[in-house]
Design a protein around this ligand. Structure first.
Ligand SMILES: NC(=O)c1ccc[n+]([C@@H]2O[C@H](COP(=O)([O-])OP(=O)(O)OC[C@H]3O[C@@H](n4cnc5c(N)ncnc54)[C@H](OP(=O)(O)O)[C@@H]3O)[C@@H](O)[C@H]2O)c1
Length: 261
């Protein structure tokens, strides 16, 4: 039985960098994305460079059945998932009442539903083997409500809350689950969400640095970790829950407004 790390959203940004890191540690990969051409070229590039086994699976993670199909694929190919990396996700700026209802559902399905179902499906095997690591990519957005990105921020609050709760349940099982909260990071996320036009994205961390911090935190079995966030920003983030909600909401909204070109 081959052992592997399963990575969702492996075709760009943070997921792609985590895939390369794991391959450089001689770990086999199951790469999930919805662009088959990108997956094929990535798998061949990684195989050539690191000589590991790479499986690819083209799935739209906004499809409610995606998690079960991924799990069935893994079982039917006799692969043991040692690392589950729930990385795929996206955001989008607009007032809540103007959001496209289909896109809104897609966001909830990718950021919340599929992540939850994959975690639920793969955990029992890990617990039986007393071995396994799960990495959930949340965001610093999980710490506060996000006017103008209400669904994205709420989805990341869900991820942080779910991950922390499960981590307590997993104590003593030999399995860990890690919640990573990246700050603004250079990837396709900024352009897709419209965040690249905001003041928050004036300074971004590299996907490579964020991936390295996330991967290391997962290997160490940490419960929570920031990535791509400086010391001063961390101090601000720690104080947010203590500040008046009206102030936090006002400032967060201002930070999401797109700057003029
Ligand atoms: N970049 C930031 O500033 C930042 C900050 C905090 C947290 N995060 C989180 O970090 C994670 C990775 O984002 P990133 O910055 O690396 O952005 P990215 O470059 O846009 O990568 C996102 C990945 O998710 C995949 N994905 C999105 N929707 C999908 C779907 N319906 N089905 C299958 N795959 C899908 C994308 O595939 P396609 O190329 O096919 O869309 C891509 O591979 C996300 O969960 C994001 O919320 C990012």
């Amino acid at each position: 039985m081959k052992r592997a790390a399963l990575i969702t959203g492996a075709t760009s940004g943070i997921g792609l960098e985590i895939a390369k890191l794991h391959a450089s540690n001689h770990g086999n990969l199951i790469l999930i994305g919805r662009n088959n051409d990108k997956l094929l070229s990535l798998a061949s590039e990684i195989h050539k460079q690191y000589n590991i086994s790479t499986y690819i699976l083209c799935e739209d993670l906004s499809d409610i059945g995606a998690a079960q199909r991924i799990y069935d694929y893994v079982v039917s190919n006799n692969i043991k998932v040692e690392y589950l990396i729930n990385n795929a996700g996206f955001g989008g700026i607009d007032e809540f009442y103007k959001q496209d209802i289909n896109l809104m559902q897609e966001m909830i399905n990718v950021n919340i539903t599929t992540l939850t179902c994959l975690t639920r499906l793969f955990l029992p095997h890990m617990i039986d083997n007393r071995h396994g690591r799960i990495l959930n990519i949340s965001s610093i957005a999980s710490i506060m409500p996000g006017p103008l990105q209400a669904i994205y921020y709420a989805s990341k609050s869900y991820v942080s809350s779910l991950t922390n709760a499960i981590s307590e349940e997993l104590k003593g099982t030999g399995v860990s689950i890690t919640n990573i909260m990246p700050g603004p990071t250079k990837s396709n996320f900024g352009a897709r969400s419209g965040m690249d036009k905001t003041i928050i994205f004036k300074k971004t961390a590299s996907s490579k640095d964020v991936a390295a911090k996330a991967y290391e935190s997962m290997l160490m079995g940490k419960r929570n970790s920031y990535a791509g966030v400086g010391l001063l920003e961390k101090i601000v983030l720690y104080t947010i829950p203590l500040l008046p909600k009206s102030l936090v909401l006002r400032v967060t909204k201002k930070l999401q407004v797109k700057l003029k070109d």
